[in-house]
Design a protein around this ligand. Structure first.
Ligand code: ZN
Length: 172
């Protein structure tokens, strides 16, 4: 069984990584104080980092190139994982302020890397009623537990999938 670790930066639990001996991959960080002669005076206690925090550290050190690569990796992964036939229409909300929101129940796998405790995910598509062509819809996703959606974040869903989901509601 994998040992659950707790991130010293964000407090999230994660499983030990990297799996196997991967040169150049790290899972903790320590601060070092160097003297004027270049020698190491002391080193802080290492902080264990979850994969997300390690990624942030890599971005901090290596700049935006890494960020773009990681983003693409994530996007590719997301496209493979998303199967909208598993999305279930939950609710339609028409705001008096002139916008429409559709809620869908989605597989928990879409949020389980960040929120393993989630019972399922909720996906929300929102657009302004004045936007007839729906050029400016926004799609967000949140983990759901005990009926609460508690961490909304942007969700990359292509326009074809969005159209399919809206179609589903119209037929509902
Ligand atoms: Zn963390």
């Amino acid at each position: 069984m994998a040992l659950a670790k707790k991130c010293d930066r964000c407090g999230k639990f994660y499983e030990h990584y990297p799996v196997g001996n991967r040169p150049g991959e790290y899972n903790a960080v320590a601060k070092v104080r160097r003297g004027s002669n270049g020698g190491t005076e002391y080193t802080s206690k290492p902080l264990d980092l979850c994969p997300d925090c390690m990624e942030l550290l890599e971005i901090f050190i290596n700049g935006s190139n890494i960020m773009q690569v990681k983003k693409n990796e994530r996007r590719n992964k997301a496209i493979i994982d998303i199967d909208i036939s598993k999305f279930e229409f939950e609710e339609r909300f028409e705001s008096a302020l002139g916008y429409t929101v559709l809620y869908f129940i989605a597989p928990k796998e879409l949020v389980s890397d960040k929120h393993p405790e989630a019972e399922h995910a909720t996906v929300c598509i929102e657009w302004s009623d004045s936007d007839k062509e729906m050029d400016n819809y926004s799609v967000t996703i949140s983990p759901t537990k005990d009926g609460e959606d508690y961490d909304w974040m942007p969700f990359d869903l292509d326009s074809y999938d969005v159209a399919q989901l809206i179609d589903k509601v119209v037929k509902n």
